[in-house]
Structures are given as C-alpha cells and as structure tokens.
Design a binder for this molecule. Sequence first.
Ligand SMILES: [Zn+2]
Length: 216
Amino acid sequence: MAGKNRATLWIIFVLCMAGGLFLLQQPGDVPPGARRPYPSEVTVKYVADGDSFGAEEGHKVRLLNIDTPEYGEPLSKQAKARLEELILGKDVSLAYDREKKDSHGRLLCHVYVDDVWVNKLLVAEGLAVVYVIKPNLEKMSDLIAVQNAARGRKAGIWSLPVPLPEAHYVRSRNSFRFHRPGCKFARGIPARNLEKLSSRDEAFGKGLSPCRNCRP
Ligand SMILES: [Zn+2]
C-alpha cells in the first residue's frame, strides 16, 4: 500500500514538473509583434516627423511612397502635427510593397488607421508629395491621382511659391526624381535613359518628385 502511494506521488510530481516547463515556454508578457520582423499591426509610440514614427514594439516605420517637408521647411510642423493627430497612441495596420525595409532599417509601409489610408490622406491634404522609389510601385497610381487633385486645389505644399523655372527638366527613366538640366545628378544620366520634361507640372503629373540637390 505504501509503495503504491509513493508511486502515485511520484507520478503527480512528474506531471507538475512537465506542466511547469510547459508554462515557462509560453510567450507571457512579450508585446505582440515584438519578435516579428514585419508586423501587420503596431501601436504608435511617437511620431518623428510627417512621414515616420516609432512603435511600442520597437520598430521604426517610414511611410512608403510619400515625402513630407524636412525639419525647418514650410509645412513641416503641420505635417508632423497632422500625423500625430491621426496615429499617435493608436493601433495601426501596416501593408508592405516589394521592399520592406530601407537602408536605415525602417519598415516601409502603407499605414492604415480606422480604415483611413494615412499616406494617401497626407498627399490629398497637400502635406506630403508622392515620393516613389523602385521597386515599390504597387500603389503609386492611386497616390498620383490624389496628388493631382491636391495640385489642382492648391492645397498645402501646392500653395507655396514655385522655385525659379527652367526651360525644361530632366529625369532618368530608371528613377522617379527630376532635375534641373545643370544638376550634377542630371549630367550623370546616360543618354539612353535621359527623358526631357517640359515643365514641373509634367514631372509631378508622372509621379516624379524633385531632386533634393537641385530643388527644381
Ligand atoms: Zn538634381
């Protein structure tokens, strides 16, 4: 009888140990998404500027296919404030194109909150311009369409004074940047890739964005 009791206690002891080990292997209090390299949902911890933010889970996110004015430029504060208003402290959904990270390790994403596509809204409100980098072209045409409408209304960025015009502009067919003809980057474009543009309007209409060097 004593031997049978001992055996029973032993079996209970082994089962308890196994259960304990099983519980230790559970993820417990690790925040959702923390260990996933490309999460589909994060919580916004801080907004860095009009087109980037940091997540509670540790990821940094760059809004894909758009560019907002840099610090110190007109409308940069407004763009940051608008992004904060839209997403700060909220759970947002992330969608990726072909290239999921930039050279700074930031996730490249289309961001959605309460069914609002944030990248598109900032372009529609004239607080961001379309900024395309190959090979992330999937949603480019939707963004160009809302940018054309914002240009037509002279919303935000499109109400600012226009830089001194050139007789024409140029781009490489491999790139979505456009340049003044005298820009050092324009001079480096091989003739076979060189495309002439008659105006800034034509360039923006094609979804091109101005070079940061020659600021056309
Ligand atoms: Zn340039």
